[in-house]
Design a protein. Sequence first.
Length: 467
Amino acid sequence: MKRWLQTRTLRFRLALWYGAGGTLLLAGFSATLYFYVSDQMARPLSQNLERDLETVKRSLQIRPGNVLVWNRRIIGRNAQWTTEYPWFELWDEHGVLVRRFWPFTENRVAQLPNSPARGRETLSVFNVAPDIRLRVLSVPFKVPGHQHDWMIRMMRIHEPNADALGDLRLIIFVALPIVVALLVVGGYVITRRWLSPLDRMVAEANRITADDLSRRLPVQNPHDELGRLAIVFNDTLDRLEGSFDALDRFVADASHELRTPLTTLRSVGEVGLRRSRAVDEYREIIGSMLEEAQRLQQLIQRLLELASAEGGAPAIQRSEIQLDEYVATCVGELGILAEAKGQRIEFNSEPCTVRTDAVIFRQALQNLIDNAIKYSPPDAMIRVDVHGVDEHVTISVTDQGSGISAENREHLMQRFFRPDRARGRDSGGFGLGLSITKAYMRVLGGSLGYEPAQPTGSVFRLTLPKA
Ligand code: ADP
């Protein structure tokens, strides 16, 4: 059954549950209503029977020899029912009918079935003639001088507004199937209509492939569940499309970057072999070929670093480091490069500790200081500041270089981005350093920011969480 249900459509299953659930609920409700109403109608009858019983207990006496006395008057053996008596029967301890008082002649009605169940109170309804139903209350009856109880049966016409109850039954039996049918059909139609956007989404999703990620799912109502699902799905597609584009660009850029040194390498070799040359000339040609090979090696090294950082691959080994001292050491080591260009690195710091991966952090910081040295004029001053703000530490590298124009800032951290390609190549850059730094910072749970320095130059800022 479960497996069969799973092969049906959602709207079929919903309609089925509407039908089954609706039937159960309505049947339960109708039965409760029916029994409540019939009980309410019958209750006054029961109360009348109780009252009759009281009258009998008050007025009837049984004297020795089973002589019946009603209000101090002896009732003869053949006494007929009068309006003075409620309707009742008296049964002795042996289950023998002693007397019956009711207004019916014996041939008009059938007998009540059986003698009453002895020793306990019961309430029942009997048909004694086609048009006569009796409501009967049987109770044990104490008779002085007798060891065991007799039974007394009080009777009244049972007429719990039979017509109204009959109507109620009819309404329930006719209305119930109609309501259930309406529920099933209505449920099917409504779910069909509500779920129709899903069909369109499925059709559209089928058309979305890796080759055509530009399509988006239709959003009919952004507030309902399907609309929200489509929005989330579309967001995912946006990101996926972005990643695919970035990957395409990366592959194109990487192959372009690899091709240039390879072509150079080849043409230098070919030119060198065109005619025989002096040893010094060969030496020079091989030297420039080695230079290109080295450049190629560096590029591949950078690409591997980037792949590792962006894939989150570097195994992080966090430890507590005294950041001010650690940065001071890095600055000291890189200061040698700066000095070679006649530059000076100034270092300001307040004591602070962080829990991070020292090697990865050093790589990120080194990229920024390298850049500051590369892109600042000789004799310029570079400043490195470390200071803690709440739960974070900021390390900023400020230089007095040419800065980065507003239009280039937004591309700054894209792979292979070099605003000034010629200058970049001269100074050995591939446009990958900032991308790698950004990826490293993401791995460490921090970030990389940029802002122009005043009056000229750049401030690159690394932010790290302290813990
Ligand atoms: P690379 O330096 O290897 O070319 P980066 O990703 O580190 O690659 O930098 C990308 C570009 O951003 C550089 O080519 C340079 O034009 C610019 N840039 C980076 N840092 C600085 C800086 N401190 N001052 C001026 N320009 C910079």
